[in-house]
Design a protein around this ligand. Structure first.
Ligand code: TXA
Ligand code: MG
Length: 317
């Protein structure tokens, strides 16, 4: 298992597209920074991104698509989103939009939210990969959690030296700064993360004032972004070692309970599989007929840290 840098030729593109289809990770160049990509339709592949980055919590991920037409398969475009997409796509602009009711993207890319962040990158190599694979590609910056975003293929290879990873070499990223992230679900753009497209440029394009996330919501914000979390509508109880009547059960590993509603995140106790199922299962159990969701203990190691972080937020609500 090792990390391989590939030149951006037709052979490499085929290899990278095949790897994505098999659920593997591919690092790809964009005009902003290199991304750590996976098939956004495949829960296990997306879980692989979190595992490789060792993120201690789930941040929703940006889904990269070849063009606006593809983006419209996955999200509801507001008039504002249409204007911003026309003005800035392809390019370093990420639009947060409502997922379509039948959106086939993994719920893990949205970290359980009912929105999805979409971007059409301009870099020709990644455009070619999107077209060759015909897949939407989920990709955060290709660095381990807490490290600096990579702007050269070599940076990615240093970071993921021992991982089974193909890195498409697209040279140095021209922007070197992550994309501007904008909530475009309303009438005015709301800046969630500053990037190389400025609020003034957005305002000029759409004729609406660009709002800051911090003034948009009265809840405390993580730096520069609006981090809402999906919370179930019924109470959630972690580390459950017993089960009350009327509770739905989110099981993990060997399950001693029978009857009622039970979904098992991973019968074999595999944390990556648990991560892949987490948000979809929480949604399925979040039904008024249950008094609460009891969750069996999940180990505080590896991906278990991110899963428990997420569950703790859902428990607090
Ligand atoms: O330039 C970039 O944006 C790079 C390249 C690879 O495209 N990607 C990148 O991804 O920086 P990442 O995962 O490091 O940052 C994604 C940002 C985070 O701040 C995340 O919170 C926000 O986008 N985001 C993604 N989905 C969101 C959603 N549904 N609602 C709100 N914010 C979202
Ligand atoms: Mg990042």
């Amino acid at each position: 298992m090792s990390c391989i840098i590939l030149p951006p030729d037709a052979d490499s593109l085929r290899r990278a597209a095949d790897a994505l289809k098999q659920g593997k990770l591919v690092a790809l160049p964009t005009e902003t920074v290199y991304g750590l990509g996976a098939n956004a339709l495949d829960d296990m592949a997306v879980a692989g991104i979190y595992a490789a980055k060792s993120r201690p919590s789930f941040n929703p991920l940006i889904v990269h698509v070849a063009n606006r037409h593809q983006a419209e398969h996955y999200a509801d475009f507001t008039p504002l989103a249409e204007v911003l997409a026309d003005a800035f796509w392809p390019g370093p602009m990420t639009l947060v939009l409502k997922r379509k009711g039948d959106c086939p993207l993994s719920h893990l890319v949205s970290a359980g939210l009912d929105t999805v962040a979409l971007r059409v990158p301009a870099h020709p190599t990644t455009q070619a990969l999107l077209n060759a694979s015909k897949l939407p590609i989920a990709a955060p910056s290709a660095n381990r959690s807490g490290r600096i975003s990579p702007t050269l293929a070599e940076h990615v290879a240093q970071e993921f030296e021992k991982d089974d990873l193909l890195v498409l070499d697209g040279g140095a990223c021209s922007e070197g700064l992550e994309s501007t992230v904008v909530d475009a679900t309303g009438k005015s753009p709301v800046l969630l993360r500053p990037g190389s497209i400025t609020p003034d440029e957005m305002t000029a394009a759409c004729g609406q004032e660009t709002l800051r996330a911090a003034t948009h919501s009265d809840t405390p914000q993580s730096p520069g972004m609006l981090l809402k979390h999906y919370a179930p509508s019924i109470p959630l109880r972690m580390n459950a070692t017993s089960r009350e009547p009327d509770e739905a059960l989110l099981a993990f590993g060997a399950c001693p309970y029978h009857g009622g509603t039970i979904l098992n995140l991973s019968e074999s106790g595999n944390l990556k599989e648990a991560c892949a199922n987490l948000f979809a299962y929480l949604r399925k159990l979040d039904k008024a007929e249950h008094k609460a969701i009891a969750v069996m203990p999940i180990p505080e190691t590896g991906l278990g840290l991110a899963i428990n972080d997420r569950l703790r937020r859902a428990e607090k609500r």
